[in-house]
Write a protein that binds this ligand. Sequence first.
Ligand code: GRG
Length: 260
Amino acid sequence: MRYSLLAGGKRVRPILCIASCELVGGDESLAMPIACAIEMIHTASLIHDDFPCMDNDDLRRGKPTNHKVFGESTAVLAGDALLSLAFEYIACKANNVSPDRLVRVFAELSSAIGSKGLVAGQLVDIESEGKVVSLKELEFIHVHKTAKLLEACVVCGVIIGGGNDNNNEKVRIYARFIGLLFQVVDDILDVTKSSMELGKTAGKDLVSNKATYPKVMGIDEAKNFAYHLMNQALQQLACFDTAKAAPLYHLAYYIANRQN
Ligand code: GRG
């Protein structure tokens, strides 16, 4: 559990949670237990995603994957235990948050990762491997695999910070757009890295059976789509105080412009 949780990572999800809490006037300390729990959930999903029966990855966060180091059975259990610890951690540590808000946080998080969230995205992703995938199906996969948890991060942040339903709706749409943006940029980077590395080793995009945005719509259209998604995300922040929304603006820029 420690090996994967403390292996690094960009910590985008906890930052989103804290930034959304502060967006509506809440203090960082209120959101911290939920932010930590979300990183545990995310890490659990990465451990499971890396298994041979799923994405079959040997490296994660620059280190050998959990099952490569500890074996598959221990890695299954490490993921399970991180998932369980996340909910225990919120229940035990978020004691300065009112029970009604905590119940809404539990509902938001559990629905984001279950059969209508991450699990649905993962299932469709696995089942579509090697098949021709439409743009609609690709969007379904990424909305569920990636955007749902990002939505939960910002919505939980707003709930904890004391925001209203309108605030919740705006940040939810913001997260939906940055979730898709995240994947489009990932797919573009796979192609550009591949072409730079051509002649050395083939990049992931060249060897993978998976559908990607550049494969479905072409690289130029994928870049235009990324720009459109970033702008749509930023528009959702227009109704908030500019200074308080600054971290969420910068996160969208960061996701759009990252190089790895
Ligand atoms: C809820 C335990 C559990 C499982 C659900 C395995 C599974 C079913 C879903 C997999 C979901 C998954 C791994 C989606 C990929 C999301 C994604 C974009 C990962 C990469 O995120 P980064 O780049 O990673 O933020 P770092 O390492 O920086 O945190």
